[in-house]
Design a binder for this molecule. Structure first.
Ligand code: FEO
Length: 399
């Protein structure tokens, strides 16, 4: 039933769309779905590269059968052992008992731990290669992008990189998998949100991988999620270089606030007016109680400025704001201009802690944080407006 979907001569896409799950890793919203990509190389030997989430085993095996008929698979190349890609390995081993598992020492530790598989292993090391006949695969280790066993696989004849989660994106593939035939722009935000959420903590390992890849000629990148990159390849690599150096894509300010009764929100509105009055067009306000942290985090990776507001709650920061702070700290985001604001009813604590967050992150604190008691009157509204202006001018001074 399934059509063969070639990435290159005798290399086929056999991945699947997940349009069912609402939450990836059971916590990240995926309103546009996700794919689990897998690739099949037919040569004198047959190699399968990664597998898919076990929920899609039936569709996946049908796609493989459509390419192979009854020919067996000789090698499974395991670039990444996380279950969204390794899920089908146990069933694959039952269907193809003679298959050899190709991975590194850390892969095999996980392979045994997850599936009890410890035989017919073909261990590869940095720069090691495996001939399939006309094609040769070379392996490069990519530890902590974003698991320790991760490696990438390079096919030299057509210069294809099978990149595991690196360069992956949220979003299903609707009608085709190659960026040449679909709108790459559709994935721009989900690509960044995927990076920010999944790989964002591991900027240094991502940089180490990019340095290795700079020595290779790459015509096509086949990640484990989202589009296969060919036309957009330079842009995609450049974006990942920026993000993994924690360099903002452009000027702009994220104002992320929590507010119980609207007072902290009023300060957010005043700050935004001050920013825009000085020419910061990309001024984006997020209510942390309404917008999932992953979307806010994605824009924090995108923009240079961040201003966070919180009411004082039980002599502490408001819990949804604390969630955001945790996500930022966890990613170790660097080089941001920062300020903060907040309100309280009888004793202030949040603004003090938000101010200290600048030190925690090693960020420049811009202007004077605004703290308001009870209702917002014109003096504090004006102070918040002026904080926005001061912030805008500091940002402009860095252009
Ligand atoms: Fe897509 Fe790290 O698994």
């Amino acid at each position: 039933m399934y059509n063969k979907r070639p990435v290159a001569e005798n290399i086929y896409y056999v991945g699947v769309n997940d349009r069912q799950k609402s939450l990836f890793e059971n916590y990240l919203p995926i309103p546009e779905g996700i794919t689990y990509n897998s690739y099949l190389i037919i040569d004198e030997k047959v190699a399968l590269i990664d597998t898919v989430d076990i929920s899609f085993a039936d569709v996946y095996f049908a796609k493989i059968d459509a390419v192979l008929n009854d020919r067996p698979i000789d090698y499974l190349i395991i670039n990444h052992m996380e279950p969204d890609h390794a899920g089908v390995i146990g069933l694959l081993k039952q269907k193809y008992p003679m298959i050899q598992m190709v991975g590194n020492a850390r892969t095999f530790d996980m392979l045994n731990g997850y599936f009890g598989i410890s035989t017919r292993l073909h261990e590869v090391k940095e720069g090691g290669s495996l001939s399939l006949g006309k094609r040769t695969l070379t392996f490069y280790m990519a530890p902590m992008v974003h698991w320790p066993e991760v490696m990438v696989t390079y096919e030299s004849k057509d210069q294809i990189l099978f990149s595991a989660d690196a360069f992956g994106s949220f979003g299903t593939l609707d009608g085709d998998y190659l960026d040449t035939f679909i709108s790459a722009d559709r994935y721009r935000n989900e690509l960044r949100r995927y990076y920010a959420c999944i790989v964002g903590k591991y900027g240094s390992p991502a940089q180490a991988l990019l340095k290795k890849l700079a020595l290779l000629e790459i015509q096509t990148i086949c990640p484990t999620h989202g589009p296969v990159w060919r036309q957009e390849i330079k842009k995609i690599i450049n974006l990942h270089d920026q993000w993994s150096r924690y360099e903002a894509e452009e000027d702009g300010v994220v104002i992320a606030f929590g507010s119980m009764y609207g007072n902290t929100q009023q300060l957010a509105e005043a700050i935004a007016e001050g920013l825009v009055s000085e020419g910061i067009k990309n001024t984006i306000i997020y209510n942390v109680s309404k917008t999932d942290t992953s979307f806010i985090l994605s824009d924090i990776f995108k923009y240079k400025g961040l201003i966070i507001g919180s009411p004082t709650y039980m002599n502490d920061i408001y819990p949804p704001v604390e969630n955001l702070l945790f996500a930022i700290k966890h990613r170790g985001i660097k080089n941001r201009l920062y300020s903060c604001f907040g309100s309280f009813s009888w004793a202030g604590a949040a603004v003090k802690q938000l101010t200290a967050f600048a030190n925690t992150m090693g960020w420049e604190l811009v202007g004077t944080p605004v703290e308001n008691k009870q209702a917002v009157f014109s003096d504090k509204y004006q102070a918040a407006f002026e904080l926005g202006q001061t912030f805008a001018n500091r940002m402009i001074s860095l252009r």
